[in-house]
Design a protein around this ligand. Structure first.
Ligand code: UD1
Ligand code: PEP
Length: 436
């Protein structure tokens, strides 16, 4: 288990470029299975989850060239379907959430698929019903094997259908879109997720020859086609990284320029940080966060305490709530953080409380942060990273704290943030990776 040793309390300064988006990469890389032709993907983040998915494809006999660290050329012209029965696949696919999205393309092209017991963050119950019910509506039969937690899916032919999703699941929508793109007839998906990740996937599939309309809305219409061709695709900047850097700058009173932030695709994210009182200057595709002595949390017009909560896109992504929470610690004022989607994502606040933060954990979904107004610094402590975003939030807390902090279990952070220690050092942070 590796850890980060951080000596906090330093102001940072400089430019940082966000990596390609993790959650988009997982969808886009799964989609290469839909065609026997070459698909070139650029701006791939060099992170554990994405590298593991690429490794899985390689083991399925997909040809992969990696001319640069951020570019892969995939060709799925001779896929070994039997690999999906192997113990190695079971073990590896269970390590990341993204592997569930191999099922949609497999079902579309090879008429059978397996949904592994999902990996990813242990942040609460993460059901797969939306995926399985969607496939069933398209004409797939499934069997759940309780001994290995796998869903086994088969179909003679996928047939377009109108469906209303139980919830706008992000990976569920991606899976169903990929399967429907090669079904017979037209599929409509209402209550579809519409995150930029999904919009990017649909744009890529359309370039491959799919016929998807309604992209960006919660009503997608997909006219099935027989064949999808190769294409090239560039992954957007990771909006969760962008939000994390905004929070980092505010908490550490730093002057940071986020270059190429993908401003047009950030939705409500900048506004939520502005509600915390953080000044953001948007210039073209860059975001400048100037050094700020104090930032004051807004109140509602009637004087009520601000609540920041997650909601399916275009609402605020749950993946940034831990970052917003940690950023509020040094603000002036109070905010209620309400994590509606996941029930185990807020428990890391006990570590922040140990560091000196004023937080009341009301229940597993809600926490009130009472800002310290920089009257008191957090204290460095030893802590362990429970999940990817809480890990990054703890790192931000450690960088703002007085003295030394040790963050253990940084494998969680490495799942989603590329060379984070190296990039933070370039901004002047005192952070060391301790191996073993
Ligand atoms: C690999 C990947 O892309 N992971 C993202 C994806 O996970 P993932 O696709 O697994 O998440 P889902 O969108 O399926 O939903 C996540 C959880 O939220 C619940 N839920 C969902 C929608 C809703 O309206 N109400 C509700 O309560 C679901 O029951 C589920 O427990 O989307 C999540 C929600 O944005 C993000 O946190 C994950 O980072
Ligand atoms: C929850 C996340 O990831 P995953 O779905 O891969 O666990 C995340 O990216 O914040």
């Amino acid at each position: 288990m590796h850890s980060f040793e951080v000596r906090g309390g330093k102001k940072l300064k400089g430019e940082i470029v966000p990596q390609g988006a993790k959650n988009e990469a997982l969808q886009i890389i799964s989609a290469v299975l839909l065609t026997p032709e070459k698909v070139t993907i650029t701006n791939i983040p060099d992170i554990v989850d994405v590298n593991l998915l690429i490794e899985l494809l390689g083991e399925m006999n997909v040809k992969i060239e990696r001319p640069q660290r951020d570019t892969c050329i995939f060709q799925a012209d001779d896929v070994d379907i039997d690999y999906l029965h192997s113990e190695t696949f079971k073990k590896k696919s269970g390590k990341l959430r993204g592997s569930v999205m191999l099922a949609g393309p497999m079902l579309a092209r090879y008429k059978k698929a397996f949904i592994p017991k999902p990996g990813g963050d242990k942040i609460g119950r993460r059901r797969l019903d939306t995926h399985v019910i969607g496939f069933e509506k398209l004409g797939a039969a499934f069997n759940y094997h309780s001994e290995d937690g796998f869903f086994h899916l088969t179909t003679k032919k996928l047939q377009g259908v109108n469906m209303l999703l139980d919830e706008p699941s992000v990976t569920g929508t991606a899976n169903i879109v990929m399967a429907a793109s090669m079904a017979s007839g037209t599929t409509t998906i209402y209550n579809a997720a519409c995150e930029p990740y999904i919009q990017q996937l649909c744009a890529m599939l359309n370039r491959m020859g799919a016929k998807i309309s309604g992209v960006g809305s919660n009503l997608l219409s997909i006219e099935g086609v027989d064949y999808l061709a190769g294409t090239a695709h560039r992954i957007l900047p990771d909006m969760i990284e962008v939000g994390s850097f905004i929070g980092l700058a505010a908490m550490t009173q730093s002057d940071i320029l986020i270059k190429g932030a993908g401003v047009d695709q950030l939705g409500i994210i900048p506004e939520k940080f502005r509600q915390l009182g953080i000044q953001l200057n948007i210039d073209g595709d860059d975001i400048h966060i100037p050094e700020q002595e104090l930032y004051e949390i807004q109140r509602y017009f009637d004087g009520g305490v601000l609540t920041i909560y997650d909601h399916p896109w275009p609402g605020f992504t749950p993946d940034l709530l831990s970052i917003v929470l940690v950023t509020a610690i040094q603000a002036k004022g109070s905010v209620l953080i309400h994590q509606k989607m996941f029930e185990s994502r807020l428990f890391f606040v006990d570590k922040l409380i140990d560091m000196g933060a004023q937080i009341i954990l009301c229940d597993p979904h809600r926490a009130v942060v009472i800002g310290l107004e920089r009257e008191q610094k957090l204290r460095g402590i030893t802590m362990s990273s429970p999940d990817i975003r809480a890990g990054q939030a703890l790192l931000i807390a450690a960088l703002s704290a007085e003295g030394k902090s040790t963050i253990q279990n940084i494998e969680q952070i490495d799942r989603g943030y590329q060379y984070i220690d190296e990039r933070l050092r370039k901004l002047g942070a005192d952070i060391k990776r301790i191996e073993g």
